[in-house]
Design a protein around this ligand. Structure first.
Ligand code: TYD
Length: 135
């Protein structure tokens, strides 16, 4: 099952009285090379993001600040992951429908992605995604 591959990756943490530090090295800490970084911020209360799946893209999602919920669905099984630690990344493999909601005030959702932005890699329709995944 694709959903079994989607896991929290605990990133390295250097704890310090001056504040903590976390770092990510492509291919060492996460199972892909990073081509793109984007982030969601100033998300209004009650908003929902995501609502799509990717054909080829690998991603790691981190709650840089605040918290939110990520709902994952591989077409067979669903699970929800609450994100609220800056040292945890949720790895999402290709062919996973995801929705993100329950953003706390001030939340920042950073996404590391394996490819440049490419609209043709998206399923924006849940029905089309389900049709392909169950084929
Ligand atoms: P969208 O996929 O709706 O964001 P979310 O993942 O939160 O649902 O993207 C919003 C808009 O931003 C859409 O027009 C595509 C554009 N966009 C880019 O131009 N580059 C990117 O890297 C991303 C992720 C989105």
């Amino acid at each position: 099952m694709n959903l079994d591959k989607c896991k929290i990756i605990e990133l390295p943490r250097i704890n310090d009285l001056r504040g903590n530090l976390t770092f990510i090295e492509a291919s060492r800490h996460i199972p892909f090379d990073i081509r793109r970084v984007y982030y969601l911020y100033d998300v209004p209360g009650g908003a929902e993001r995501g609502g799509h799946a990717h054909k080829e893209l690998h991603q790691l999602i981190i709650a840089m600040s605040g918290s939110f919920d990520i709902h994952l669905d591989d077409g067979h099984t669903k699970k929800t992951v609450h994100m609220n630690r800056s040292y945890n990344g949720l790895y999402i493999c290709p062919m996973i429908w995801r929705e993100i909601d329950n953003f706390s005030s001030g939340a920042v959702c950073m996404v590391l992605a394996s490819e440049y932005y490419d609209e043709s890699d998206y399923y924006r329709s849940y029905t089309n995604f389900i049709d392909d995944v169950r084929r």
